[in-house]
Ligand binder design. Structure first.
Ligand code: NAP
Ligand code: HSE
Length: 430
């Protein structure tokens, strides 16, 4: 058996301790699969005194994570600190500069700096891998890079933020409003330190742009993701969606169109009977469609110690085996500069709005849609209260710019109370 592969792990939180645990508890299995032993030689975190429930006594400790990159006894830097700047970025850059392989779970870092880091890694002839950064334990990066490498990818879809799926599912199951469930999720420790990353769709958007890069051979373009969070989804929306045979999901979609690369992360109505519609709780799902293979659905834990460490180890084992896959599935220097599709392809939309309860109010709304060339499929006024008339409208297929023009015109009529909620109804196909 050849020499051990030596890991320097930065970050000993949820994921870092999970990686240490797998390396310590599965040593024989890892060595058998990788053809060489995989060991940890050095670690770094902020608080050396913290009990992390794993034995760190055999490892060197670095107070400064960047120092791991300079150690002679580290072959692979495993970055599990997090954040798109600061220590994580400094460490990854230093590791590449020093010719160390890098494995990271950091979607924020790669969404913002993935292209530059992948090019630097390529120049340095080292591996930079990130399976754990997208949908935790679901091996979707590997699926695209390897298993589906013979396909032209037609569409990538997914529910890639477990916290949002938990919140939407819990609202529906318990009949609770968004604010109450948000507070529950916070108390349970589900939310990121900055909750906007979750509920604003940013974390899931980071993941989507990384998958899109692998799927379409394009440079990572987080700025090209049309982002919308779940903050305005109400229990009424969930109930109306159910009545019509839909569920509401924070859905990511990436597809190459004649107008450029379309990347959307937004709350959408999906058929209740579809695999995405049946996805409950904090679970993730990634749906990949290739021209040869058709549709593939992968479902599993998108977060947590075991699932995320499992994905980190898949990358580590690749490196131990000598497998050198390009970060985004093809050489970084060959990734194409993306042309952005500035709006999503046309789709039916669900609209919910409150109108002043006066003669002609509904007619004005209908006229705004008609003037924008949008045809109404269904319309319903419900739960009439005081001087407010809540209305839902389902349109036939419409382009988002036309819908936005109609909404602006509606707002100018003076019959709306507050801003309407507009949710896309996603056609899932197969
Ligand atoms: P975490 O539990 O908050 O742990 C972060 C670790 O980084 C802690 O051990 C912390 O040290 C250490 N750290 C912070 N600043 C540091 C510094 N300047 N130098 C050295 N160490 C430092 O985070 P996590 O949940 O394990 O997430 C790690 C990464 O995995 C992130 O990029 C995250 O987005 C990604 N990820 C996480 C999950 C998940 O389920 N948690 C899933 C997918 C991807 P102390 O412990 O001493 O404070
Ligand atoms: N906040 C993320 C989620 C963690 O809820 O899915 C995993 O990336």
């Amino acid at each position: 058996m050849s020499e051990s592969l030596r890991l320097g792990i930065a970050g000993l939180g949820t994921v870092g301790t999970g990686v240490v645990r797998i390396v310590q508890q599965r040593a024989d299995l890892l060595a058998a699969r990788a053809g060489r032993a995989i060991i940890v030689t050095a670690v770094s975190a902020r608080d050396r005194a913290k009990d992390r429930g794993v034995d760190l006594s055999g490892f060197a400790w670095e107070d400064d994570a960047t120092a791991l990159a300079a150690r002679d006894d580290v072959d692979v830097v495993v970055e599990l600190v997090g954040g798109d700047a600061g220590p994580a970025k400094d460490l990854v850059e230093a590791a590449i500069a020093n010719g160390k392989h890098v494995v990271t779970a950091n979607k924020a870092l790669l969404a913002h700096h993935g292209q530059a880091l992948a090019e630097a890694a390529e120049d340095a002839q080292i591996a930079l891998r990130f399976e754990a950064a997208v949908a935790g334990g679901i091996p979707c990066v590997k699926a695209l890079t390897e298993g589906l490498a013979g396909n032209r990818v037609e569409r990538v879809m997914g529910v890639m933020n477990g916290t949002c799926n938990y919140i939407l599912t819990r609202m529906e199951d318990a009949g609770l409003p968004y604010d109450t469930v948000f507070a529950e999720a916070h108390a349970l420790g589900y939310l990121e330190a900055d909750p906007t990353l979750d509920v604003g769709g940013i974390d899931a958007g980071h993941k989507l742009c990384l998958l899109a890069s692998v799927a379409y051979g394009t440079r990572v373009d987080f700025g090209g993701v049309q982002l919308e969070g779940i903050e305005r989804v109400s229990i009424e929306d969930i109930r109306h969606a159910n009545d019509m045979g839909f569920k509401i999901k924070l859905l990511g979609v990436a597809q190459m169109t004649g107008r450029g690369l379309e990347m959307r992360m937004s709350p959408c109505l999906v058929p209740a009977r579809s695999p995405l519609g049946q996805l409950n709780g904090a679970t993730n799902m990634v749906v990949l469609e290739g021209d040869a293979v058709g549709q593939i659905v992968m479902r599993g834990a998108g977060a947590g110690e075991g699932p995320t460490a499992s994905a980190v180890m898949a990358d580590v084992i690749d490196i131990a085996r000598g497998t050198r896959l390009p970060t985004f599935g093809q050489p970084a220097s060959t990734l194409k500069k993306v042309t952005r599709a500035h709006s999503g392809s046309p789709a039916p939309y669900y609209l919910r709005m409150d109108l002043v309860d006066k003669p002609g109010a509904l007619a004005k709304i209908a006229a705004c849609l008609g003037d924008a060339g949008i045809s109404i499929d269904r319309m319903r006024q419900y739960d009439h209260e005081d001087a407010t008339a809540p209305v839902i409208v389902v349109t036939h297929k419409a382009g988002r710019p036309d819908l936005d023009a109609a909404i602006s015109a509606m707002e100018a009529t003076g019959v709306l109370i507050g801003a309407p909620v507009a949710l896309r109804i996603e056609e899932l196909g197969a």
